[in-house]
Design a protein around this ligand. Structure first.
Ligand code: ADP
Length: 483
């Protein structure tokens, strides 16, 4: 520790730089120890000054009282002679000497007090600022004293009255007091350093534990969590926040892993089909025209499936990275819905598609993605509704306390979705009862509803699904209208 202090004294700038890179516990300790040192220095300094100040003040008051009393006694006509000091003319401890114009002492109450000449020779030129300016301060070997002079005229003669009062004869005591205060200051400083060092180390222990745990966490081992300290303090909050962040990261990583494996799985099927058909074509395609046609048609259809899947994957990837650009503008919803339904009616041969109500209303959104969202719901309705089924759209304007909305219901009387699947269908790649739907020749990727959900979120559209197995499905949309 001593070597540390020496280094501080020799290279203060270098040490200050080093402190900047020191541990927080060291910084806190040094800072508080420095503050304490300052406080201790100030208190001991002020205590020392206070002691001196009160000594001076006490002496000054006693001198003033004595001088006033002497003046009063003179006014009463007391004669200046050896008997002047009878019945305590000055306060005990105050020395009075009366000298006539020839310098002869006419009266003195303490013959052992140092002679006036010696006192005057030892007068301090620059007395402390708190000393009374009307009096002089003399510093003798063992004592400091006040000296006040008063000239009086008595029976035509001028007399000098010298008042003395010892301010402190406790030089030794005061020196010891100063030493003790100084030692206490240094001791307090080192105690603060020591206590600060241990306390701050203890307080910051959870942070060290957190760092150690955080070091052990890797992408492959994300299940580790930091122990939350029992106290409800900032460190517990930090640990909890850190753990929540890890939860979210772990969830994100899991989702990412699932996404990649699902995507590869989905892409594997069309690729296998394409490979199978190309084998078939290379073997029989040249000789058998029917095989050639079937092969080309199947390869094309699988390639189209793949293209759709890749496009959906790219859409979601852009959405995840916030790179999906939306050009929002005011759109007349009734016109958009009418257009979508008209086109659907043209291509849908097996179902009846009806737009029962279509209220006017301006919405603020990206035309391309809003259209895509409606297409996803309507395509699903056609895919999961047997031939001859009905698809009905109702778009109704409602105004509530929270503004105006267009409530759009897209219903079908198709196969419906079981209760336990109704939440899951919004997850990426989730498809209900794939074997049954596949058997009916329904192709899908399980990404449509995820994309639709993202689009709805980007437009503050509330999206709910109600469905009854075997009876049908309704998608409810609550779209905010431009006021
Ligand atoms: P997909 O490409 O498989 O249609 P979606 O994300 O659009 O993917 O839908 C997920 C699953 O939800 C579908 O596989 C289907 O099982 C179910 N689904 C969606 N819409 C309907 C509907 N209108 N009727 C019945 N089932 C539906």
């Amino acid at each position: 520790m001593l070597s540390g202090i020496k280094a501080w004294l020799r290279h203060p700038k270098l040490m200050l730089d080093r402190l900047r890179y020191a541990q927080i516990s060291t910084k806190i300790t040094c800072f508080y120890a420095a503050v304490l040192l300052l406080v201790l220095l100030l208190t001991s300094g002020l205590t020392g000054l206070g002691v001196f100040f009160s000594f001076y003040h006490q002496a000054e008051v006693e001198l003033e009282i004595s001088m006033n009393h002497v003046l009063r006694v003179l006014e009463q006509g007391r004669s200046i002679d050896m008997d002047f000091g009878r019945d305590d003319v000055v306060l005990p401890g105050v020395v009075l000497r009366i000298v006539d114009s020839r310098g002869k002492i006419v009266y003195e109450n303490d013959v052992h007090y140092p002679p006036i000449k010696r006192i005057e020779e030892n007068t301090v030129k620059n007395p402390p600022f708190w000393a009374n300016k009307k009096m002089q301060v003399a510093q003798l070997r063992n004592a400091t004293l006040y000296h006040a002079r008063m000239d009086v005229e008595y029976r035509g003669q001028i007399y000098q009255m010298h008042f003395f009062k010892t301010i402190t004869a406790e030089k030794h005591f005061l020196e010891t007091l100063q030493k003790i205060l100084f030692l206490m200051t240094i001791l307090g400083f080192f105690l603060a350093l020591l206590a600060g060092f241990f306390v701050s180390r203890r307080i910051l222990q959870p942070i060290r534990e957190m760092t150690a745990t955080a070091r052990k966490i890797e992408v492959e081992k994300m299940d580790r969590r930091i122990a939350v300290p029992p106290a409800r303090d900032e460190l517990a909050e930090l640990a909890e926040t850190f753990n929540h962040m890890l939860d979210r990261l772990e969830g994100g990583f899991e989702q990412q892993k699932r996404f990649v494996s699902d995507a590869s799985h989905e892409l594997r099927t069309p690729v296998t089909v394409i490979l199978g058909y190309s084998d078939l074509l290379s073997r029989w395609g040249r000789s058998d025209e029917a095989v050639l046609d079937e092969g080309i048609a199947s390869i094309r259809s699988e390639a189209e499936n793949m293209q759709q899947l890749i496009e959906k994957l790219l859409f979601l990837a852009r959405a995840d990275q916030n790179r999906q650009v939306l050009h929002k503008e005011n759109i007349e919803l009734s016109e958009l819905l009418a257009d979508i339904i008209k086109k659907m009616q043209l291509v849908t041969k097996d179902h009846t598609v009806e737009l029962l109500q279509n209220d006017d209303g301006l919405i603020y959104g990206d035309l391309v993605t809003i259209r895509q969202m409606f297409r996803i719901f309507l395509d699903n309705s056609t895919k999961y509704t047997p031939k001859g089924g009905h698809i009905v759209v109702v778009s109704q304007k409602v105004t509530g306390a929270d503004g105006s909305f267009m409530e759009v219901d897209l219903s079908d009387d198709g196969i419906g979705i079981a209760k336990e699947d109704q939440k899951k269908v919004f997850e990426r790649f989730y498809r209900v009862d794939t074997s049954r739907t596949k058997a009916q020749g329904v192709s899908g990727t399980g990404l449509g509803l995820s994309i639709a959900t993202w689009i709805a979120q980007q437009h503050a559209i509330e999206l709910t699904l109600t469905s009854e197995l075997g009876e049908g499905t309704t998608i409810h949309l609550r779209i905010p209208l431009v006021s």
